[in-house]
Ligand binder design. Structure first.
Ligand code: 13P
Ligand code: SF4
Length: 309
C-alpha cells in the first residue's frame, strides 16, 4: 500500500474504532505527523490517564505501552511492534532489582519510567526525565533514596540536588554512545551553537552541554531561544518536531562514537513503521498485556508520580 493510502486507512480505522494514536518524539516523522498526541514519556502517561478512547495505539517502546495499560486496564493498548523494547529497561531485571531493594531496608525506591511493570511494582514513585528533579526535591534532604535504573540520570540528579541517592548501574545504549570527540569538533565548527543534551547521556557529554533536559525540555528551550543553531545530543527523532516548530533555526544531531552515521537512532523506537501502525489498528494486535497482580502494585507509583508532577 502506498503512503497516501496507508494514511487514509489509518484515519478511517481510528475513527471507526474510537482509537487514539500517541507517539513519542523518537518515532519517525511520518508517525509523529499522523499521531493525535506527540510527546515525551511524561506527557504520554498523562494523556493515557485521561483519554476516553477505547483503543490506545502507543507508538513508542514496550514500557510506554505498559504504562498506558497499567493506567487504563479496561482499554485495549496496542503497540505497532511488540519487539520495540528498551536497553535501559532491560538493564534492570526485576529479580535482581528486588534483591538490591531488599538489601537496603528503609530506602524509598524511585524508578525511571523506562522500566518493566515488574520493576514498577517494586517502586515507591516513578519519575520521568521531565519531573525527576521536581519529585526528588519533594523528599526531605536526609531521605534515604534508591534511584534506578539509569546511572547517568541518577548521577545528574544527585549533582543538581546535592543528594547521594543509591544508584542502579543501568544505562541506555543510545544515549551512552554519543561521542564527546565528535561533539567537541562540532562545537568548534559551530561556535555559536547551543549544546542540548538529554540526562541519559554520559557525564562528560553533560559537562559540555549548555542545556540538560528531557526531550520536552530541550524542545521548549530551542523554541523559546533567540539562538539560531543547536547541537542535539539525544535520539535524532526529536529533530523532526524541533525543525517543525522552528523552521528558521538549524538543528544538528550529535553523532555516536564508532559510526559513520551522522545521527543517533534508537533501533527499538525505529521498529515501528506507518505500515505496522496501520496493521495493528486493523488487526487490534499486538496488544499489551500486564499481569493483574503486578498491575495493581505498579499503578500506585505511577499515580504518585502524576500527583507529584
Ligand atoms: P523522555 O521522553 O522522558 O525525554 O525520555 C527519553 C527516552 O529515552 C525515552 O525512551
Ligand atoms: Fe530505551 Fe534508550 Fe531507546 Fe529510549 S532511546 S527507548 S531509553 S533504548
Amino acid at each position: 500500500m502506498d503512503k497516501e493510502k496507508l494514511i487514509a486507512e489509518i484515519n478511517r480505522l481510528r475513527q471507526e474504532k474510537n482509537a487514539v494514536i500517541m507517539a513519542h518524539y523518537y518515532q519517525t516523522g511520518d508517525i509523529q505527523d499522523i499521531a493525535d498526541y506527540v510527546g515525551d514519556s511524561l506527557a504520554l502517561a498523562q494523556w493515557a490517564a485521561k483519554t476516553a478512547a477505547d483503543i490506545i495505539v502507543m507508538c513508542g517502546v514496550h514500557f510506554m505501552g505498559e504504562t498506558a495499560k497499567i493506567l487504563c486496564p479496561d482499554r485495549k493498548v496496542l503497540v505497532p511492534d511488540l519487539a520495540a523494547g528498551c536497553s535501559l529497561a532491560d538493564s534492570c531485571p526485576a529479580d535482581e532489582f528486588e534483591k538490591f531493594v531488599q538489601a537496603h531496608p528503609g530506602y524509598t525506591v524511585i524508578s525511571y519510567v523506562n522500566t518493566s511493570a515488574a520493576v514498577k511494582a517494586l517502586t515507591d514513585v516513578v519519575v520521568t526525565s521531565t519531573n525527576a528533579r521536581k519529585i526528588v526535591d519533594q523528599f526531605p534532604p536526609d531521605a534515604k533514596l534508591i534511584f534506578g535504573p539509569d546511572r547517568n540520570l541518577g548521577n545528574y540528579i544527585n549533582s543538581v540536588t546535592g543528594r547521594s541517592m543509591l544508584l542502579w548501574d543501568g544505562a541506555c545504549h543510545v544515549h551512552e554512545q554519543f561521542s564527546l570527540e565528535k561533539l567537541l569538533e562540532l562545537k568548534e565548527a559551530h561556535p555559536g551553537a547551543v549544546v542540548l543534551a538529554h540526562p541519559e547521556c554520559r557525564k562528560q557529554v553533560l559537562m559540555v552541554a549548555d542545556v540538560v533536559g528531557s526531550t520536552q525540555a530541550l524542545l521548549n528551550y530551542a523554541t523559546g531561544s533567540d539562538k539560531a543553531e543547536f547541537l542535539v545530543a539525544t535520539e535524532s527523532g526529536i529533530l523532526h518536531e524541533m525543525q517543525k516548530r522552528n523552521p528558521g533555526k538549524t538543528f544538528i544531531p550529535v553523532p555516536p562514537a564508532d559510526s559513520t552515521c551522522a545521527c543517533n537512532e534508537c533501533n527499538f523506537m525505529r521498529l515501528n513503521t506507518l505500515e505496522k501502525l496501520y496493521l495493528c489498528l486493523r488487526d487490534e494486535q499486538p496488544e499489551i498485556v500486564v499481569d493483574e497482580a503486578i498491575r495493581q502494585r505498579a499503578v500506585k507509583p505511577i499515580e504518585r508520580m502524576l500527583a507529584m508532577s
